[in-house]
Design a protein around this ligand. Structure first.
Ligand code: ADP
Ligand code: MG
Length: 357
C-alpha cells in the first residue's frame, strides 16, 4: 500500500572483484501494483529484492517506500512480508503458530492475534486449518501458509522470491492464480521474482527484464512481448528470429531493410531508432507471426523446409532461405509441408520489429 522506488541502486559484494551484482537499477513500482523481476539465474533478482527487504544494504543509490527513505533501515522496520521458494515454515509449529509468528514479534496477542490469524488463513482459502501440523499439508498448502504468514502483519509491500519453484507444473499454475487473487484482494504493492517467463507474463501488471545485474526493459507483458527493446529481451521472452539486415530507407517509426532473396521488408521501429541508409538493423520476428505460403506467392521469400516438429498446439517449421534460417510456428500447417519441400515465407510488417543489439 505504498509506492516503492529504487534510484540508481547498485550492489557490489565483497570479494567479487568489483563486479556489481546489481548495477544502476532505477524502478518505480506503483501503489498496489504486482511487479515482477524476471531474468536468468544469477542476473541479480534476489539481490535486488533483498535490498528492498533490507537484508542487504545497497553499495550506492537510494530506496524509498512512498516518501520514506528506507535505504539503511533495518528489515523489521520496513513492514515487508516475504515469501521464499522453500517456504521457510517452522515444521514443529502448527499452521496458526507459523502464521502468528510475525504478530508475536509485533506484540499482537490474544483474541486480536487469533482473529487476524484466522482472517489471513481465510484469505488464502485455508480457513479452519490453524491447528494442523505443517507436515500434514501439501506443498501448495504450505506455500499458502507462507503467504498467510507474510500477509498477517498487513505489510506495506509483499516480496516473493521464486515462491512456486518447489511445486510441480500443474500446482504451479493453480498457485500462481491463487497468489494473484490474494494480492488483488489485499491490494498490497508486490514485487515478485522469477526466472520463468510464462509465470511473469501470466501474473504481472508490469515486468522488469534483468540481465547481468541491469534492467534491460520495463513494461507490461504485452509491451515486452510485442516490442522487445533489444536482442536479449526478444530471445529471452518467448522465441524470436533475430537477423541483421542492411537498411535501405528509414522513417520516423519504421525502417526498410533488404531481406533474404533481395526482398524489401518494412519493420516497425522505436521513434528514437537513429538508423539510416548504410547502417545495419537488427530485425526481430516471432515464429508464430511468420506466415508460410506457396513459394509462388508474390512477395513471399522462397525457402526449403529443413525440420518440422509437431508440438500439439502448433507445428514448428524450420525454413532455410539460403541467407537466413527462420523458425516458424503455425497452428495450421498444410500437409504438403514436409522436410525438403519448398515454401514461401511472409514476414508481416506489423510483426517485424527493430531491436537494439
Ligand atoms: P538471481 O536471484 O537473479 O539468480 P542473485 O541476485 O542471487 O541472482 O545473484 C546475482 C549475482 O550476485 C550472482 O553473480 C551471484 O553469484 C552474486 N551473489 C549473490 N549473493 C551473493 C553474496 N551473498 N555474496 C557474493 N556474491 C553474491
Ligand atoms: Mg534468486
Amino acid at each position: 500500500m505504498v509506492q516503492v522506488r529504487l534510484d540508481a541502486v547498485r550492489k557490489v559484494f565483497p570479494r567479487s572483484g568489483g563486479e556489481p551484482a546489481v548495477d544502476d537499477v532505477d524502478l518505480t513500482i506503483g501503489d498496489g501494483e504486482f511487479f515482477t523481476l524476471l531474468g536468468p539465474s544469477g542476473c541479480g533478482k534476489t539481490t535486488t529484492l533483498r535490498m528492498v527487504a533490507g537484508f542487504y544494504f545497497p553499495s550506492a543509490g537510494r530506496i524509498y517506500f512512498g516518501d520514506d527513505d528506507v535505504t539503511r533501515q533495518a528489515p523489521n522496520k520496513r513492514d515487508t512480508g516475504m515469501v521464499f521458494q522453500n517456504y521457510a515454515l517452522f515444521p514443529h509449529m502448527t499452521v496458526a503458530q507459523n502464521v502468528g509468528y510475525g504478530l508475536r514479534i509485533r506484540k499482537v496477542r490474544g483474541a486480536e492475534a487469533s482473529k487476524r490469524i484466522e482472517e489471513a488463513l481465510e484469505q488464502v482459502h485455508l480457513g479452519g486449518f490453524g491447528s494442523r501440523r505443517i507436515d500434514q499439508l501439501s506443498g501448495g498448502q504450505q506455500q499458502r501458509v507462507a503467504l498467510a504468514r507474510a500477509l498477517v502483519i498487513r505489510p506495506r509491500t509483499l516480496l516473493l522470491d521464486e515462491p512456486l519453484s518447489n511445486l510441480d507444473a500443474k500446482l504451479r499454475e493453480e498457485t500462481r492464480l491463487e497468489i494473484r487473487r490474494i494480492q488483488r484482494e489485499a491490494s498490497t504493492t508486490s514485487i515478485y521474482v522469477t526466472h520463468d517467463q510464462a509465470e511473469a507474463m501470466a501474473m504481472s501488471d508490469r515486468v522488469a527484464v534483468m540481465h547481468n545485474g541491469t534492467v534491460q526493459q520495463v513494461g507490461t507483458p504485452e509491451e515486452i512481448y510485442r516490442r522487445p527493446a533489444n536482442r536479449f529481451v526478444a530471445t529471452f521472452i518467448g522465441r524470436s528470429n533475430v537477423m541483421s539486415m542492411p537498411v535501405t530507407g528509414a522513417g520516423r517509426d519504421y525502417v526498410e531493410v533488404r531481406g533474404p532473396a533481395g526482398a524489401t521488408l518494412r519493420a516497425a521501429a522505436p521513434v528514437d531508432h537513429g538508423l539510416h541508409e548504410t547502417a545495419d538493423a537488427l530485425i526481430s520476428v516471432r515464429p508464430e507471426h511468420i506466415r508460410l505460403t506457396s513459394a509462388e506467392e508474390p512477395g513471399a521469400i522462397p525457402g526449403k523446409v529443413t525440420e518440422t516438429e509437431f508440438t500439439g498446439m502448433s507445428t514448428n517449421v524450420t525454413v532455410d532461405t539460403g541467407e537466413a534460417v527462420l523458425q516458424a510456428a503455425s497452428v495450421e500447417v498444410p500437409t504438403r509441408l514436409t522436410v525438403g519441400s519448398t515454401v514461401g515465407v511472409v514476414l508481416p510488417p506489423e510483426h517485424v520489429w527493430v531491436v537494439r543489439p
